[in-house]
Ligand binder design. Structure first.
Ligand code: EPZ
Length: 420
């Protein structure tokens, strides 16, 4: 096992480069199953979720190769099984992305129950009803699900709830379906448009990605091709929150500020002064912070994945802030650890908290309930006085490449320790 040991309470300095987006890379990797052509993907983050997904793809027979740091190729020209590995799938919720490409190309998929995680039960009812709308048969037993369809048939598919991977999975399934599919009430995340633009460059016929209505005209096949993963907007905000929480004049580089409109607006409302370029943001003053009232919302609203880093930064804001979580039912578990560190956070109800500041945090033993709560713990530890130990850091390594080494370069007193 590994833990992070952090001595906080000091300002950081310098700049940090944002890596490729986890929530873009995973989808393009899954899309490689749609063709026997080669996918060459650059700017892939070196994170555990990528390593897990390539293991699952390899287990199916896909050739997955890491050529050098950040550069991978995938080729699904020899898929020899359609049953997803029952030991690997529960480690990666995003395995659900594989159902669409596998079903539409290989007509059958066996998928073990994906399992929930610390932020909610994570059902897949939207996927099941979506595939049925496209003509698939879906059986469920204690082992998991069996999806079957001789040929998926294009249809009008309205999502009852906005689902990011639901939109992506159905969009990929529709690429090789017969006829036209219209996805209604789709998610609008930039990663979805990036995936659609790439698939179109390979011969797919997708229009409207990035808006609530996406139209896909099915094609016989698509080719292989090359893709560069877009910058990780959630990682970019995580580092902005770190700068604000530690009152450090950091520069966040290699990001795409167009994908951060609302998060940047919230920071401005808090009184943070920034210099904002196209691909970089420099915090110039975060000394006086005022309380705000933020509600998470599907893109382009304030992202649920930015909720926990923001909450930590708000412990420094003067007054009473409110944060409401509308996407996941269990995404405030980490606040127990922040209270242990001295934060004045009250649960108003399961979906809303108040944060009264400013409060001074003190280092404690904590852990990472989920990926984004994990980075929130790192931010809290770096602003707290004294030593913090963070356990269960696999959760952080799932989505943040080499986080301790990158933060040390900003002057953070952080080290990774192994223990039995
Ligand atoms: C994606 O998860 C992201 N993951 C999540 O990021 C992100 O928090 C989430 O979208 C919301 O923005 C990836 O892209 C790999 P949803 P996803 O389906 O697609 C409910 C991170 O930290 N729902 O948009 O799994 C669901 O329970 C991760 O990087 C159903 O009810 O989320 C949730 O309440 C965490 N039935 C809401 O919809 C379904 O069949 C939105 O979930 C599917 C989802």
């Amino acid at each position: 096992m590994e833990k992070l040991v952090i001595n906080g309470g000091k300002k950081l300095h310098g700049s940090i480069n944002v890596k490729g987006a986890k929530n873009c890379a995973l989808k393009v990797m899954a899309a490689s199953l749609l063709t026997d052509g080669v996918f060459n993907i650059k700017n892939v983050p070196e994170i555990e979720d990528v390593f897990r997904l390539q293991e699952i793809l390899k287990d199916l027979g896909c050739k997955a190769k890491r050529h050098k740091k950040g550069e991978w190729s995938f080729q699904a020209d020899n898929i020899h099984k359609i049953e997803l590995d029952k030991n690997l799938v529960p480690k990666l919720r995003s395995s659900v992305l594989l159902i669409g490409p596998l079903l539409t190309r290989f007509k059958k998929v066996k998928m073990p129950h994906p399992g929930g995680c610390a932020i909610g039960k994570r059902p897949i009812d939207i996927f099941i009803s979506g595939f049925k709308t496209l003509g698939a048969k879906v059986k469920c037993d204690e082992q998991g699900y069996i999806f079957e369809a001789k040929q998926l048939i294009g249809a009008k598919l309205a999502f009852p709830k906005i689902s990011v991977t639901g939109t992506e999975t159905m969009m990929m399934a529709a690429v090789l379906a017969k006829g036209k599919t219209t996805l209604i009430n789709s998610a609008c995340e930039p990663e979805i448009k990036a995936l659609a633009d790439f698939l179109n460059s390979l011969g797919a016929k997708i229009s409207g990605a990035g808006t609530p209505t996406i139209e896909i005209n099915g094609v016989e096949k698509i080719s292989g091709g090359s893709f560069t993963v877009i910058p990780d907007r959630i990682e970019a905000f995580s580092f902005l929150a770190l700068a604000v929480a530690t009152n450090s004049h950091l520069e966040i580089k290699k990001c795409n500020t167009e994908h951060l409109t609302i998060p940047l607006l919230v920071l401005k409302e808090m009184g943070v002064k920034m210099k904002i370029g196209n691909d970089n943001i420099k915090i110039t003053d975060a000394s006086c912070l005022t309380a705000v009232n933020v509600t998470t919302h599907e893109y382009p609203g304030f992202p649920t994945d930015c909720q926990s880093p923001l909450t930590v930064a708000l412990t420094r804001a003067k007054g009473e802030s409110y944060v409401s979580e509308t996407i996941f039912e269990d995404r405030f578990l980490y606040t127990d650890f922040l209270r242990r560190m001295g934060a004045d956070i009250q649960m108003i109800n399961q979906q809303k908290i108040s944060i009264t500041g400013p409060s001074v945090l003190t280092g404690k033993k904590v852990e990472s309930p989920d990926l984004r709560a994990g980075i929130a713990m790192v931010i809290a530890a770096l602003m707290a006085n004294g030593k913090t130990e963070i356990d269960n850091i696999y959760q952080i390594d799932r989505g943040y490449e080499n986080i301790d080494a990158r933060l040390r370069r900003l002057g953070a007193d952080i080290k990774r320790e192994k223990y039995i």
